[in-house]
Design a protein. Sequence first.
Length: 415
Amino acid sequence: MSAKPSAIIFGGLNTFSRTLAALLVPLEGEALVSNLRIIDKYSVAPPTTYLGAEFPKVLEKPNVEYRQANLTVPATVASCFEPSEGQGPFDYVFDLTGEVQWDRPEEIQISRTFNVARILGGEAARRHVKAYVRIQHPFYECSEKGSHDEKENVKPDDVLGTWWHESLRALAAIDNLNLVILRTAMVYGPYIDFGTITNFIVVAAVYGYMKQPMKCLWSPGKHPNHIVHSEDVAGATWALAEWMAGLGRKEANAIAGEEILFKNDKSKVKSVEGMVSPDTKCIAPLFNLEDDSNLTLAELGKTVTSFFGTGFEFHSFFINTAAKFKLEDLVEEINEAHVGEWTRMITTSNPPIPNTQYTAYMDLNKLKKSVIAFDATKIKSVVGYKLRHPTLTNHVMQNIIDKLKAEGSWPNLES
Ligand SMILES: *[C@@H]1O[C@H](CO)[C@@H](O)[C@H](O)[C@H]1NC(C)=O
């Protein structure tokens, strides 16, 4: 009999669950889990979302199972927890669910983020799973200065951020759930087509190809834009599950509990089923994750553009006019040049890759000024987590681009 834990990953096929799956059941070497079930709303055969070249091979492993399911339905969620023939109950649950698209209306954010988390957490608690790790994206506006630790009072960003944050309160309020929350900085990595940094890399590649400096809208202030590699998100997720399994919620709260403050509109409590009262003190173990590079926007820009042989400058036109115009009205104009050039790059690539899911289009959310800083001292000192990728090096960038070229989703051009 194997003493390894079994695990379920819910959601996140469009974010980091593929990276996590590859850590739990690597293509080469020994698996960390006895068996792994992955559940999301997408089909994987045929794929209805981008999977990257590696993940389908992980799915071929004998101890890995994929299920397509609608997690907004409680009975479906319950059935997802039922172990397969001859196997015991699942030990670890990795909750990577939640809507990540900014432009969805509030009802969707509530049903796909808040509701799903609440249903999953409730079911996991009933089944006494040993660890329930919830991934929290950096859907916050951090302050420019300050400690950036887990105690900092950060503001959820927009409707999406508000419901992601509310989900943490809902989960934290389930006393007997062995919950631990991992809150990440902006994530990049191989086969990660999601998020601001990937988009930034594509646009930097375009300017590198045009041999022009990439221009930024925001003044070269010192505001933090902290990042972390997807393999560290996976590594930290696993480390937190192991940590929690050895402690249980009560002790974990005593060691690492943080209050998850109420950040919503109080009037919603009556209308949204399952919302926790603003007066309830919600405490859960919470850990930040970012790499060691402590990048400002200017440094991030320099790091990424220099890889593509160009520079990073600040756009005095927009700095001067942003005050007069609404950013919303400038999005199409800003995108015009680099989106057209990216289209040229992918269609003249050898071979052409017109259908790549990697895009140079920067939506309003990616263009707006963001301040992201989540100091990772606590996870290092309390859990002993060691970063695999302390900084974004050229070697790491090359590895990402090489993998995408090999699978045919990154243009292959003579420069
Ligand atoms: C998932 O279930 C909900 C609730 O029954 C339903 O409204 C929604 O349309 C379903 N989604 C899909 C993709 O079937």
